[in-house]
Design a protein around this ligand. Sequence first.
Ligand code: ADP
Length: 946
Amino acid sequence: MFITKYLMHQTPTIPSGYIAAGSDIRDLFHLFQKAPVGMVIYKGPAFLIEYINEKTLEIWDRKKEEVLGKPLFDCFPELIGSDIEKILKNVFTRGEKFRTKEYETSFYRSGKLDTGYFDFSAEPMQNAEGMITGVMIVIAEITGQVIARKKIEEREIRLLHTKEQLELSIKAGRIGIWHWDVKRNILTWSKEQKEMFGVGETAFKGKAEDFYNFVVPEDLQKVIRESKPDAAKQDSQYEFRIRRKDGTVRWIHSRSKTFFDLKNEPEYMTGINIDITEQKTSEERIKESEEKQRHLSRTLEKQVKERTEELIEKNRQLNEAQQIAQLGSWGWDLTTDKVTWSEEMYRIYGYGDERFPLTFEKAIERMEHVDAEKVKQRMRQHVVEAMSVFKERGLKEFNNLPSEYSIKLPNGSKKILRGVGKIILAGDGKISKVIGTVQDISEHKKAEEELQLSEEKFMKAFQASPAGITLTNTVTGKWIDVNESFLKITGYTKEEVIGHNSEELELIDKEEREKILERIKAPGSLRNYEVRVKNKNGKILWVLNSMEKLVIKGETCILTILYDISERKKAEEEIRIVNQQLEKQNDFVETILNSSTNGVTVYDKDLRFVKVNHAAEKFLNKRNEELIGKKITEVFPEIRDSFSYQNMLKALAGEYIHVNNYFSAIANRYFDSHLIPLKDASGKIYGLLTSGHDITESIKQMEELRKALEADKLKSDFIKMASHELKTPITSIKGYVQLLLAMVKEKEEEMSLSPLFVKSSLVNIEKQVNRLTRLMSELLDLSKIESGQLQLNREEFSMNELVIDVVQDVLYTNPRHQINVYHDFASTVWADKDRIGQVIVNLLTNAIKYSPQADKIDVMIHQPEKNSVAISVKDFGIGIDKKDHEKIFDRFYRTEGYNEQTYPGFGIGLFIAKETVKRHDGVITVESEKGRGSTFTFTLPVTTKS
Ligand code: ADP
């Protein structure tokens, strides 16, 4: 140490190469050589080992010739970059000394990187000019000491730790410590032991029996046995259970040691108790879980079985699925060239239920020749590629790229198949097999081709359409494609349009554009929307716009179809103007029409009211709004059967109809009517115009005039007749009177006047006078009836009796006739007996008068209905023509054609009869046919009930 110290402090600056010069120095170096510390001198910045002593060589474990004259870091390359290098360089460049103790460093020695501890110093060595020429190191290895010390330190720490751990264990591990003074039977328990046994700090009495009290009865014998001090067995270990005061049972592990005295008698025993309840329970749990495990494995076994079955089922399903997906699978063992096919493979390849062993050649038999060659080549190529992939990357699988090929079945049909494969490497690095799937994609292909075809069609339609068509991307809102017509309509070129939108080109008014976008949003389509478009030249066009959202190649687009309707719009505008003018004209025509008194109606070809003027409204008694647009048959259903409807149909067929005296059932008036078919320029009938002039009033006037004229004629006839009728009896009376006078004059002297002649002459005169009287009374009655002064003198009498009386009276003057009276009903009436009698006389005298060839008359009294009596007079004479039946009851009416001489009369008898019966609330009727006689019947109300 001294030397080291000395050297460290006293080492003179020895210039390099100077060592061997002086003997003192030599001695000094000899000393160094044998020094118990390592000494080294490095020279120059490369730290050439210029001097090294034996101790250093020993420390370094090197031979002198290995290191001397060599740079330090060549000998110890492991030190490059280490702190040692830094320290040495620092000393060499700055001239600062360095000293350290217990410096830990590692370098190669005895063949391994060894770590050692060193006390060392490094000092600069300077030449006479004070220039640093090298570094001197003094080094002492203290590795042994340091390690020994470190070990001690470590042990101490470990001991400390153990102690701490023990304490901790006692506390945390609930280790109870006990001490038993055997001789005196004093048992001492540690705090932890007491806690373990559940007794309070002071509660434990301290005898062995007190401990035994805790032990459960089942374990007590064992505990006594084990805890008995035994010279042969100093150490004892056992487990037992205790029951604590609170009733809980704990497992205790006990370990004890017995100490004996010099006489070899047990002196004391000391031990520890550990509560192992948790451990025990966990053991039990483990047991349980083991049991569970066994159960589980049994279940697993079962499950494996089930899974296997499931797998088989799945395989079956896979087969089915393959069948459904038309997916076949195959495997090819390259070593055996055996090919396996799934069921579906056979089906795809058209083998049906036929099964046979397969080789690669056989498997590709049905492929088209070209395809088969390709497959073979591809397979070879894949194998080569796979091999290299396996080698280079160590992969175990190689996926072949999918390929499509076609096969030809014996029936000539073709199928397109799509195959994928996988090459699998075996453990020995060779290719073991190739597997793959094949799918029949014929349908898919067909569909694809059809799709393409339809797309082509769409494109053709798109291009050829006369309508402008655009495709717009919904996301960007820009045009993707437009057709020629669109460009023609808008005037832009394709380049100006694609990638832009209508807003940019100001094609559509902004507001309109937004409206359209809004409208297409929800329904996804827009139909025939009219919009104004401004083309490139600024010309405004009207366009009919339809839009539809659709998906093209996965992208949502809007297909817009535009029709240029500007021409149509223009035409519409022109029509509007023309219509306006027409309307004006119409107004004018309407004014004229409405001021006409003629009823004017225009119908369309279905006879719907088109135009009805004011006069027609009045006639039809309906307002315009009730008529226009409706069919005439809807408004007046009754017209269908009418004459006027027939005429309308005729007019619609093209006939011009004029009816000058037409009675309209609808209007209840007479018209002078014109029905005019309305024809268009080509002559086609499109409607009907009717014009009616109301002639009801003039017809009425004419009728009255006619009646007046007729009455005049009747009157003059009557006067002629009456004068004739009245002249006849008077002439006759005058004749008889003159004859009587002449006979009285001639036979004055002879008195030869026969009384019979006188009598017959007087009877004739009376007859004529009666006739005159009757005529006169009829005339009187007529005038009374006309002036409304006919008086009735009512009385109650028997109708049957009256008939008998009258018949007798008539028979008195007409004795030749046979009159039969039939009483079917007996009744009394409340009536004017004379006048009713006169009615019956009239009927009987007519029956006689108009039956020149017959002399039989039947009179019937009967009951036509309740409370009524009827008297019928039936003759077998000339009869009455049907057309005269009504008229004969009119005043002065006499049927034509009869010689007035033959059937004299006034034509007022039946008139008076009718009026008389009417006044009695009865009716008079006739039943007759020409040449077949007549029956006149009149009725009267009866007063008696029958
Ligand atoms: P007239 O004095 O002419 O008989 P009436 O009023 O009694 O007048 O009869 C009117 C007409 O009716 C007669 O002119 C005659 O043509 C016809 N007539 C009436 N009674 C008969 C009858 N029983 N048979 C045929 N014609 C009759």
